[in-house]
Design a protein around this ligand. Structure first.
Ligand SMILES: Cc1cc2nc3c(=O)[nH]c(=O)nc-3n(C[C@H](O)[C@H](O)[C@H](O)COP(=O)(O)O)c2cc1C
Length: 187
C-alpha cells in the first residue's frame, strides 16, 4: 500500500481531513508528500479543531473529494453526519478515496508539524476528470478566506475577488454556489 494508489502525488495534496472529537470534524488540510510511492507524509496544522483532535487521538482520515460545496462548507464549519456515506471509516458522500493516517507530532511550533503514516485506505470510485480553473480558483479563494477569518488581513479580500472572476468565468453552477458560501462567510 502506498500513497500514490489513493491519488496522492509528490507535493501538497489538498484533501478534506476528518477527525473525531466531541463530534465528527471536517476541514481542508494540505497533506505534504515527498515520495508518493511511500506511506509517509507530513501535515502542518495551525490551531484548530483538527489540530486538537489529532493531538488527542493521533488519527486523521483524508477524503479525496471534488464536490465544491463540500469544500466550501468544510472550510468554515463541520459537515453533519448526513454528508457521510459511512462514519466507520468516515467517508464523505461521493468521495473518490479515503485514507487513514496515524499521526505523531514532531514539532510544537505554529504551525505544529505532524508525521503521518498511511495505515489503511480504499479507492471507492474512479473516473476521468478534466482540469477546471473555476474549481481550482475556488480552492484558492477558500485558502484566502480561511486566512482572512484567522488574521483579518484586508489584502486577502482583493485576492478572493480575483478568484471570484475566474470562478464566474470558468466554474459551473456548483463552483458559483460554493463561492456564494465564501462571500457570505467573509461579509
Ligand atoms: C485548501 C485549503 C487547505 C488548507 N490547509 C490547511 C493546512 O494544511 N493546515 C491548517 O492548519 N489549515 C489549513 N487550512 C485551513 C483550515 O481548513 C481552516 O482553518 C478550518 O476552518 C479549520 O477547521 P477546524 O477548526 O474544524 O479544524 C486549509 C484551508 C483550505 C481551504
Amino acid at each position: 500500500m502506498k500513497l500514490s494508489y489513493f491519488g496522492f502525488t509528490d507535493g501538497i495534496n489538498e484533501v478534506i481531513a476528518v477527525t473525531f472529537g466531541e463530534c465528527v470534524n471536517t476541514a481542508p488540510v494540505g497533506i505534504i508528500v515527498e515520495d508518493a510511492e511511500s506511506r509517509e507524509a507530513v501535515a502542518r496544522l495551525y490551531p484548530s479543531h483538527t489540530k486538537r483532535n489529532v493531538e488527542r487521538n493521533g488519527k486523521l482520515w483524508a477524503n479525496v473529494v471534488y464536490d465544491p460545496i463540500v469544500w466550501a462548507l468544510s472550510s468554515f464549519e463541520d459537515l453533519d453526519e448526513s454528508w457521510f456515506e459511512t462514519l466507520d471509516p468516515p467517508v464523505i458522500r461521493n468521495a473518490l478515496a479515503w485514507c487513514e493516517f496515524e499521526c505523531a507530532k514532531i514539532d510544537e511550533g505554529n504551525p505544529a508539524v505532524f508525521e503521518l503514516k498511511l495505515v489503511k485506505g480504499e479507492v471507492l470510485r474512479s473516473y476521468p476528470k478534466t482540469v477546471n480553473r473555476g474549481f481550482n480558483a475556488l480552492i484558492e479563494a477558500l485558502v484566502h478566506a480561511t486566512r482572512y477569518l484567522a488574521t483579518g488581513d484586508q489584502k486577502l479580500l482583493e485576492k478572493i475577488e480575483e478568484c471570484g472572476v475566474l470562478i464566474r468565468k470558468c466554474g459551473g453552477r456548483m463552483e458559483r454556489k460554493a463561492f456564494e458560501i465564501v462571500l457570505r462567510r467573509i461579509r
